[in-house]
Ligand binder design. Structure first.
Ligand code: C2E
Ligand code: CA
Ligand code: CA
Ligand code: CA
Length: 282
């Protein structure tokens, strides 16, 4: 009976956490959004753990829906990935991000810009050349462009995808492995493709001070990154507790999360930067 009660409690918790189901948009709606300029790039800062300096931003796509308001990627990225619309989506996001990166540089802000790419983007052999063209047009040096690919997608590695990653790397584009710890890439892949950056998934970062097992995985990931000559990023630094804990242990090179800043439109960056300068010198 007691077991029954516990199970029911847990079940109601699960139901509460997952409901209400969010709308997932279909391919026609997503196509319309991409081609009518309804996608907007938001940006979340990445800061150096050592100095607190802003080293770059990650762009996170939003859909400014005319009726439904601001729509988040979990409601349309999968649709795009399943329908090849992801090629156009990624291109739009990349072009916007690189233009913005150039704009910031003209304003005296030297930031790298990270773009999330999907494994499906790595089917097109012309993807590296496309990127080089866009970067050249925007006059952004290729190492300033960071491409983030999730570890779970890396696991399903068609040979062409690995080939394209290698070509991107040879063009000196920065490659980052995202959500590390949630997939299981082989260590050989990490070595062979020569990723530059490893982002430890938020699930091992937020709350690490309270959890020895999270901490162990976090520490092992960071050690491995260092051993392979990669920068390590802690994502999901959500509160002061997470921040202080990571700083005390001197773990990751770079931090990202709500505690530092939420993703914001490009227009909000300047004000945020000023605010951050004050915060970090406090
Ligand atoms: P991601 O690349 O792992 O991005 C991190 C997500 O965590 C973002 O959600 C971000 O807003 C959120 N986040 C940042 N800091 C914190 C924190 O401290 N606490 C918590 N709880 N969350 C935090 P978002 O923007 O909803 O994006 C979700 C996912 O959608 C991204 O996960 C990425 O996989 C995908 N995505 C976003 N933009 C693009 C894109 O342009 N192209 C592709 N292919 N995927 C994208
Ligand atoms: Ca990412
Ligand atoms: Ca991530
Ligand atoms: Ca993620």
């Amino acid at each position: 009976e007691q077991l029954q009660r516990i199970l029911e409690q847990q079940l109601s918790f699960v139901v509460r956490e997952t409901a209400p189901a969010k709308k997932v948009y279909g391919p026609d709606e997503v196509r319309h959004a991409i081609h009518n300029g309804e996608l907007v790039n938001y940006y979340q800062p990445k800061v150096s753990s050592r100095t607190g300096e802003v080293v770059g931003v990650e762009t996170l796509v939003r859909w400014q829906h005319p009726v439904d308001g601001l729509v988040f990627p979990d409601q349309f990225i999968t649709t795009a990935e399943q329908s090849r619309l992801i090629d156009d989506l990624t291109r739009v996001v990349l072009i916007n991000a690189l233009k913005q990166c150039r704009g910031w540089r003209d304003d005296g802000l030297d930031l790298s810009v990270a773009v999330n790419i999907s494994m499906n983007n790595l089917n097109s052999l012309d993807f590296p050349d496309f990127i080089v063209d866009v970067a050249r047009t925007a006059a952004v040096e290729l190492p300033k462009l960071v491409l983030e690919i999730t570890e779970s997608q890396l696991m399903n590695n068609p040979v062409t995808a690995l080939d394209i990653l290698t070509r991107l790397r040879l063009k000196h584009i920065t490659l980052s492995i995202d959500d590390f710890g949630t997939g299981h890439s082989s260590l050989r892949q990490l070595r062979d493709i020569a990723f530059n950056e490893l982002k430890v998934d938020a699930g091992f970062v937020h709350g690490a001070s309270q959890s020895p097992s999270q901490r162990a995985i976090l520490r092992a990931s960071v050690d491995m990154a260092r051993g392979l000559g990669m920068q390590s990023v802690a994502e999901g630094v959500e509160n002061a507790d997470d921040w202080n804990f990571l700083l005390d242990l001197d773990l990751c090179d770079i931090m990202q999360g709500y505690f530092i800043a939420r993703p914001m439109p490009a227009s909000a960056m300047k004000d945020w930067m000023q605010e951050w300068e004050m915060r970090r010198h406090d």
